[in-house]
Write a protein that binds this ligand. Structure first.
Ligand SMILES: [Zn+2]
Ligand SMILES: [Zn+2]
Length: 362
C-alpha cells in the first residue's frame, strides 16, 4: 500500500504522541481508543512494509501522511536506521488488517508497541536525549544575549552552526542520542526557554529549567566573562577528544563544575607528565622541597620511597579565563591530592591563596 494524501488525512497536524494521552497542545478531549484495536494482528512482513514506506517517503512525509508525531522515546532499529516505533506500528496495522491506525487510536510505548515489535523479532531502542549540560546552555545563552535577549529561529545560521557544534561527540556520547539530538529546532527552542526566562521578558514563559536560569543569571551579572567562557568552550570543543567512558576517579563530577569540557581539558593539561616533571625539576633547582604549597604535605615523608617526588601540578589560571594557552612554569603550583581536590571541588574554583586562607581559618 502506498500512502497518499487523501486516504490518510491526519487528524491533527500537530500530533502529540506515543501515549495517545491527554497531554499536548490540544483543544478537544482525547478521542477514546477505537474499540477492538489489538496489535496482536500485526505481522512481521507488515512491519517490513512500513519500514520500506518510511524509507521511500522520508521520515517527515511518512509521519505526516500516516498521522503520527515523532517518537520521543522508543525507536525501532532496523539495519542501522531508526524509525518512529508507534507510527510504524500504526501503518503496519493497516497492512495486516486493512485498517490503518492513527496516533489517537492506541497508546505507544513500553506496554504496547515495544512488546509487540520485540515479539516480532525487531529491536526497539529507548532513546531519551540527554539533558542540556551547563556548557551547552552557556553557548545557547551567548547567542541569545548577542541577539538582544531575543530567541533565535531554527532557520537562523547561528542556530544551525551551534546545532552542529553540540553534536560533537565531546559533549554527549553518540550512542545515547535520539534522532532529534540537538537539531536546529531543539536549539531554537532552547533559545526561547532562555529568552523568556529573562526577568525583563513580560510574555508567557516556555519550559526552562533551573540550570537555564542559573546560566542566565550569570550572563546578566557578568556578560563579558560569560562570553569569554563561551569562547573557551568553543575552542576546547574544537580541540577536544571524546570523553573516555566511565567516571574518572581523579576528577570531580564535571557536569556539576565549571563546565565539563573546560574542566576536562584543564585537568588533562595538569596531568601531563612532561609538564609535571619540568615543574618538579625547576623546584629542585631552586632548592625547594617537593611538598604541597598549600598545606606542606610531603609525600616522601609519609610514604617513604613510594612517595618520593610525588606531587600534583595545578594550573593557577583556569582555562576559561586565559583560553587555551601555552603553559608556563610560573602558572603551576605543586600541591597535594587533597588540596587539589578541594580547589576543584565546586565552582568557582578557589585560588591557591584562597584555599590556604580557608585552611587557616578552619
Ligand atoms: Zn595540600
Ligand atoms: Zn588543578
Amino acid at each position: 500500500m502506498i500512502l497518499s494524501d487523501h486516504r490518510w488525512t491526519p487528524v491533527n497536524e500537530t500530533t502529540f504522541e506515543t501515549t495517545g494521552g491527554a497531554s499536548g497542545p490540544r483543544s478537544v478531549a482525547p478521542t477514546p481508543y477505537r474499540r477492538g484495536v489489538t496489535l496482536a494482528d500485526i505481522t512481521r512482513p507488515a512491519v517490513l512494509a512500513a519500514i520500506a514506506e518510511f524509507d521511500r517517503l522520508g521520515r517527515d512525509e511518512f509521519l505526516r501522511l500516516a498521522g503520527f508525531g515523532r517518537s520521543k522515546l522508543y525507536y525501532l532499529e532496523y539495519q542501522g536506521r531508526l524509525y518512529d516505533s508507534k507510527a510504524i506500528v500504526g501503518y503496519a496495522h493497516g497492512q495486516s488488517t486493512g485498517t490503518p491506525l492513527v496516533s489517537e487510536d492506541f497508546s505507544g510505548g513500553d506496554k504496547t508497541v515495544v512488546p509487540r515489535l520485540t515479539a516480532l523479532g525487531f529491536d526497539v531502542r529507548y532513546m531519551r536525549n540527554p539533558d542540556w549540560t551547563r556548557d551547552e546552555i552557556i553557548l545557547a545563552c551567548a547567542l541569545v544575549e548577542a541577539n538582544g535577549w531575543r530567541q533565535l529561529d531554527a532557520a537562523d545560521q547561528r542556530v544551525k552552526e551551534l546545532s552542529e557544534l553540540l553534536q560533537s561527540p565531546a559533549i554527549h556520547p553518540v550512542d545515547q542520542r535520539g534522532p532529534e539530538f540537538r537539531n536546529a529546532a531543539g536549539v531554537g527552542r532552547k533559545t526561547a526557554d532562555i529568552a523568556t526566562a529573562h526577568p525583563q521578558y513580560l510574555g508567557k514563559k516556555t519550559n526552562g529549567n533551573r540550570l537555564d536560569r542559573e546560566v542566565l543569571d550569570d550572563f546578566i551579572a557578568r556578560p563579558a566573562e560569560m562570553h569569554a567562557v563561551a569562547a573557551a568552550i568553543r575552542t576546547a570543543l574544537a580541540a577536544d577528544e571524546p570523553p573516555t567512558a566511565g567516571p574518572d576517579p581523579d576528577v570531580p563530577d564535571p557536569t556539576a563544575d565549571e563546565g565539563g569540557v573546560l574542566l576536562r581539558l584543564h585537568l588533562r593539561r595538569e596531568r601531563d607528565p612532561k609538564i609535571r616533571r619540568a615543574k618538579i625539576a625547576d623546584a629542585k633547582r631552586h632548592g625547594l622541597a617537593i611538598a604541597c604549597e598549600i598545606c606542606g604535605f610531603d609525600f616522601a615523608k609519609t610514604y617513604g620511597v613510594r612517595g618520593t617526588d610525588y606531587i600534583e601540578c595545578h594550573h593557577r589560571t583556569p582555562l576559561h579565563v586565559t583560553g587555551p594557552t601555552k603553559t608556563r612554569l610560573a602558572d603551576l603550583a605543586l600541591i597535594c591530592s587533597n588540596c587539589h581536590r578541594m580547589i576543584h571541588r565546586t565552582k568557582p574554583w578557589l585560588t591557591v591563596e584562597e584555599l590556604q586562607s580557608v585552611m587557616q581559618r578552619s
